[in-house]
Design a protein around this ligand. Structure first.
Ligand code: C2E
Ligand code: CA
Ligand code: CA
Length: 604
């Protein structure tokens, strides 16, 4: 009997199966198919050995039994090659092969198996050499070859969709099989095929299926790579799940290790950990989800994964939720939340399209100078003109532009349109001294801000003095140094600045002293407060006095009535902006407005 190679193979594969079964696995399709491959190779090797024993002692055994064992062995070779094909497709189909392909493979496999058992098999044995031949063996070769070719073609056809490691390993395995089959066909006494299978799956294990690669080394949980792989497969196979993402807050006192210990007590939960201190807890049974109460660790919960259709969308939803996370609060991502995100995404698309298709419009709200008794400036306020002609107000898209980074482009566009508007209509000759343009916090943090503004002014051939940029307190706190540098560069060129939204934040007068602004704009709420209670009136009066002592001008925003106009005038503000005079107007209406009003007041 010559079963040395088979025995070696059996020992290796036996160890591998034992070892693999003991390791922690996420439960991905790749792991499941690989587990099948391992068990099938173990079976194949055992049958190989049994068949040789059977052949050797066939004088003492029924022919039917010996033939059956020989056929079980060769049939298992075909079954393994079929699993090879299945394994090569897990990156693409995650176990859900297209129906036609699955049916074709099943029919082919069943046909081959039936033929193997139906056709005669011949046994050759002389001394230590024993092998089988005849129609049944030929069908086996044909079946195995069919699957090997199909696998190779499949990999070549889906080259980019299959992970490079999987491509390499499966092709190598198929190569080893072909070589072994060729050797065995030419020299039937060398029984290399089942040993080749063992070599193949050992390579697969080392390169692809070593579950260590899906384990987070520091905690022993599954890692984030396996999380996304698993999630992707759940979506592809239509399995809903529940998810909780736990994130450590800076002041959390409970260590990562202690959290792992707590999480591991959760029944039927899969625990994943990513590099940053974040855990993903997944339940296949959605009824079982719950938020582990761990002080200092914040949670985002997704009770039903079907709020989105796939892993990529889930990832962007989680990122979106993380942006809005308030420390100590749990965010539950439900249908409403997902809907909000979808609206946001579609607004982002609308903004991009509007910028490309020149549907971004700048409206101008006149600002009245109490001293000059005419309109000496205006605020540029952006809108999107929908394709149907309706308008989208800035509050619906400016915050989105800020969080997606589109604000820089939008800001440049508004400035450029405003500059062109001033020059083309010669506004400076119509009593307008400058136009105020809003700067978002993100723009203020940009080192290129000054250079970009100057470039636009140059291109539009406009003096810097015709533009006044509105900054907010938030910008001055968040990026004081960069903002100051930008401001100084622009002031040197003749531009001026306003502090917008005064009265909404901390309204610390220190900021005004530190920031080289020439105008302070009172927010509507601050202006209104003046008329609602005595205390506010006292605060406002004091503030106005201080600001004026610093040599700055004041704009009162949100003035809607004559009463408010007079009140603000008496309080000592310099400029009035509000619906009392006009809402923000489209460019040409603004021109008409200025021409008419400033003419009446004798300006032009
Ligand atoms: P903001 O800078 O405080 O602009 C003043 C807002 O108050 C404008 O709203 C204006 O229409 C409104 N308003 C003016 N007078 C009155 C009044 O008497 N009563 C009432 N109820 N409201 C009045 P709008 O145009 O909807 O703009 C909202 C915000 O959007 C702006 O607040 C500003 O923060 C932002 N925004 C607008 N355009 C731009 C832009 O080009 N860039 C940036 N970064 N933000 C912009
Ligand atoms: Ca403003
Ligand atoms: Ca304002």
């Amino acid at each position: 009997m010559n079963i040395t190679a088979q025995l070696c193979g059996l020992i290796i594969i036996g160890l591998l199966v034992g070892f693999y079964n003991r390791l922690r696995k996420v439960g991905t399709r790749s792991e499941i198919v690989f587990s099948w491959v391992l068990n099938m190779i173990l079976f194949c090797d055992a049958m190989d050995i049994l068949s040789i024993i059977g052949i050797t002692y066939r004088a003492y055994l029924p022919d039917l039994l010996v033939n059956f064992i020989c056929k079980l062995y060769i049939a298992s070779l075909v079954w393994i090659t079929c699993l090879g094909l299945n394994y090569s497709g897990v990156d693409i189909y995650h176990g859900r092969w297209p129906r036609r392909m699955a049916v074709l493979a099943q029919v082919f496999l069943s046909g081959i198996t039936i033929l193997i058992f139906a056709l005669p098999i011949h046994i050759y044995q002389e001394g230590r050499i024993a092998y089988t031949y005849g129609p049944s063996t030929i069908v086996t070769y044909a079946g195995a070859l069919g699957f090997i070719l199909a696998t190779t073609l499949f990999i070549l056809r889906h080259w980019n969709a299959i992970s490079p490691a999987r491509r390499k390993v499966v092709l190598l395995w198929m190569g080893i099989w072909m070589a072994a089959a060729l050797i065995q066909m030419l020299f039937p006494q060398i029984l290399a095929v089942s040993f080749a299978a063992v070599v193949g799956c050992t390579i697969m294990f080392i390169e692809l299926e070593n579950p260590e690669a899906s384990i987070d080394k520091s905690t022993g949980c599954f890692n984030v790579h396996s999380f996304w792989l698993y999630v992707q497969e759940q979506y592809q196979s239509g399995q809903a799940f529940a998810l909780v993402v736990l994130t450590q807050q800076p002041e959390a006192k409970i260590s990562v290790a202690a959290v792992v210990a707590l999480l591991e007590k959760l029944p039927n939960a899969r625990i994943f950990k990513n590099g940053g201190d974040e855990f993903f807890i997944l339940w296949n049974n959605r009824e079982e989800w719950k938020i582990p109460e761990i002080p200092g660790w914040d949670a985002i919960a997704v009770p039903d994964s079907r709020v989105v259709d796939g892993a990529t969308q889930l990832s962007s939803l989680l990122q979106y939720a993380a942006v809005f996370r308030i420390q100590g609060e749990t965010i539950v991502i439900d249908e409403k939340f997902a809907e909000e995100k979808r609206n946001r995404d579609s607004m982002e698309q609308e903004l991009k399209a509007a910028m490309e298709e020149d549907r971004v419009e700048v409206f101008y709200q006149p600002i009245y100078s109490l001293q000059n008794q005419s309109f000496t400036s205006a605020e540029a306020l952006v809108r999107i003109r929908r394709k149907d002609g309706s308008l989208i107000p800035p509050m619906q898209f400016v915050p989105i532009a800020e969080s997606t980074g589109l604000i820089q482009q939008l800001g440049r566009l508004v400035l450029q349109k405003t500059c062109r508007f001033i020059r083309e209509n010669d506004l400076l000759r119509q009593g307008i001294e400058y136009i105020e343009v809003n700067l978002s916090v993100k723009q203020c943090e940009d080192k290129q801000l000054a250079a970009e503004c100057m470039e636009i002014l140059d291109k539009e051939r406009l003096d810097a003095g015709a533009i006044n940029l509105e900054i907010t307190e938030t910008a001055s706190v968040r990026s004081e140094q960069i903002l100051l540098e930008n401001m100084q560069l622009l002031i040197d060129c003749g531009m001026s600045f306003s502090l917008d939204d005064f009265g909404t934040g901390r309204s610390n007068l220190n900021y005004i002293m530190n920031m080289p602004v020439s105008i302070v704009k009172f927010d509507r709420s601050f202006t209104q407060a003046y008329f609602t209670n005595e205390k506010a009136r006292a605060v406002l009066s004091g503030t106005i006095e201080t600001i004026k002592n610093l040599g700055l001008k004041i704009v009162a925003e949100g003035v809607e009535t004559e009463h408010e106009l007079n009140g603000m005038g008496d309080a000592g503000v310099d400029y009035i902006q509000g619906y009392y005079f006009s809402k923000p107007l489209p460019a040409f209406d603004f021109l008409d407005f200025i021409r008419e009003k400033n003419r009446v007041s004798g300006m032009v």
